[in-house]
Design a protein around this ligand. Structure first.
Ligand code: AHR
Length: 517
């Protein structure tokens, strides 16, 4: 009897050990035959505000600059962004949008009045970059425009006239003014934001008041000629689902095509000391990745509310500000939000893009903040020099998912443990493109451990897989001016196919995308 009990305990212990070892295995099932939702290319969108050197010095150098440009817009920046197939650009803010009056930025440049940008560094801008220059930028980039309209200090009339100025094909005061300023044909402007962070810098409003104000503005922003507007209301920051609920309940859905969400990765938990972009410990690395994973909850909780009021998912969730936010680089103007960008930021970008891909039934656009020289930028410039950041390379690697069909996944992951805390080591997303190629993107958050992953491709016949990887020796590796590039995309070969299974050996702190045939 005693022997039997000991045997039972031993058996139990054995199976518990086995179970826990099993729980630590990385297994992914890709449901290759269950794809029905499209990963909108707009999820790979960007944001450019009049802030620091994003517009002035970043995109815009003026026609007389010695830096190669086309009608005042930097050629190197345009070329870099074309390579990541930038689909949409949000402009002119952010907080700046609610102090921007579009009429100051049209007409002969030498006659435009200056504006004091008191949100960002208190600098005076000469308004040489306005509506025509922005639309020219979008045309050069081959992307769509997302105009953020001024609700905070603007009027319904002002916004109505801006829409008319940009999109009307009929003779009238606004289209005549546009023609007088050198543009005959109306532009196509699909995305229109009606207010930015109205609960904060955009006017400190409450949700009921803003829901009415939104409806008022949206009523007068109409589709003109062949232009069809996609009007976006200012949604909550993070998990403030009460805000979402008030808007979903109070705004008539014929006036509402999108609802924005803002959520930054501020892992230092203190807005006054967010931590250094480049000098950090493994503790900071862990906390950052742990924090950024909250995006999944932010989306799920808001989506749940949206589902209640919009079960057919007609209103898109637009995550139009996201990304890492660190202390500015030492010696730079605090109001310019200039930060470097390391392998850690690349992991943050890839983890969030995996989250957005997997939520593409509701998330219809996302705009990382902010394209050039500000926050988690794609490119940094210094005079005539340019640097492509680790985050840029993630966007480049993930272009394969643009407008592809999302494939639902089942992920069992090992944990990345640090200091008695743990997060999932692996995140993943997958899609099938129009040529029936499957792409699987994976992140390994653990900076020390290689992860072996077994992927089953359910419902697909496969014979080959190859891949590319982003990684580096150091967690804080970054690309700098005048130095050899440390973080980029290289070929990845640690992958093998056996029947319908793929085995992948992911190095520590890495991002991999596989192409599977
Ligand atoms: O991206 C920087 C600022 O962050 C934006 O202007 C504002 O909308 C947000 O608070």
């Amino acid at each position: 009897m005693k022997f039997l009990i000991i045997q039972c305990i031993f058996g139990l212990l054995l199976s518990l050990t086995f179970l826990s070892a099993q729980g630590k295995e990385n297994k992914i099932i890709v449901n290759a035959d269950l794809g029905k939702e499209t990963i909108s290319k707009y999820i790979y969108g960007h944001f450019a505000e009049h802030l620091g050197h994003c517009i002035y010095g970043g995109f815009w150098v003026g026609e007389d600059s010695s830096i190669p440009n086309t009608r005042g817009i930097r050629n190197d920046v345009v070329q870099a962004l074309r390579e990541i197939k930038i689909p949409v650009l949000r402009w002119p803010g952010g907080c700046f949008a609610d102090i921007y009056h579009w009429r100051d930025g049209v007409g002969p440049r030498d006659q435009r009045p200056p504006i004091l940008n008191y949100h960002w560094g208190g600098v005076t801008e000469d308004n040489s970059f306005g509506t025509h220059e922005f639309m020219d930028l979008c045309e050069q980039l081959g992307c769509e425009a997302y105009i953020a309209g001024n609700v905070g200090s603007g009027s319904v009339e002002e916004m109505k006239q801006w829409v008319e100025y940009m999109t009307s094909d009929k003779p009238g005061p606004m289209s005549n003014l546009r023609k007088q300023n050198g543009r005959d044909e109306p532009w196509k402007v699909r995305f229109l934001g009606i207010g930015n962070e109205v609960w904060g810098c955009g006017g400190n409003m409450n949700a009921d008041y803003y829901a009415d104000l939104y409806s008022h503005f949206a009523t007068f922003c109409r589709d003109l000629g062949g232009n069809k507007l996609y009007r976006i209301a200012c949604g909550p920051y993070g998990e403030n689902t009460k805000w979402t609920e008030t808007l979903m309940k109070n705004i008539k859905h014929n006036l509402l095509q999108g609802l924005s969400i803002h959520f930054y990765t501020v892992a230092g938990k203190d807005w006054n000391n967010k931590g250094s972009a480049t000098q950090f410990s493994e503790n900071n690395w862990f906390e950052t990745l742990e924090y950024t994973l909250k995006m999944d909850d932010v989306i799920s909780k808001n989506a749940k509310i949206m589902d209640q009021y919009d079960p057919e998912k007609k209103v898109g969730m637009i995550v139009d500000e996201w990304g890492d936010w660190w202390n500015v680089e030492p010696g730079t103007e605090p109001g310019f939000l200039y930060q470097q960008n390391t392998l850690r930021d690349a992991l943050v970008a890839a983890i969030n893009l995996n989250i957005f891909n997997n939520h593409c039934d509701r998330v219809k656009m996302a705009n990382i903040a902010q394209t050039v020289n500000v926050l988690q930028a794609m490119v940094l410039t210094q005079g005539e020099k340019i640097v492509l950041t680790p985050s840029y390379y993630v966007f480049k690697m993930y272009t394969v998912h643009h407008d592809a069909t999302m494939l639902p996944l089942h992920v069992e992951t090992a944990t990345y443990d640090y200091d008695n805390k743990s997060i999932p080591a692996i995140t993943a997303s997958a899609s099938k493109d129009q040529k029936e190629r499957i792409h699987l993107s994976l992140t390994n958050a653990d900076p020390k451990k290689t992860q072996e992953i077994v992927c089953s491709l359910r419902g697909a016949k496969i014979s080959r897989a190859n891949g590319t990887i982003i990684t580096a020796d150091a967690m804080n590796a970054f690309n700098d001016f005048d130095k050899a590039e440390k973080v980029g995309i290289v070929d990845f070969n640690d992958v093998s196919v056996n029947g319908d299974k793929i085995k992948v050996k992911m190095p520590p702190k890495s991002i991999v995308t596989l192409e599977i045939y």
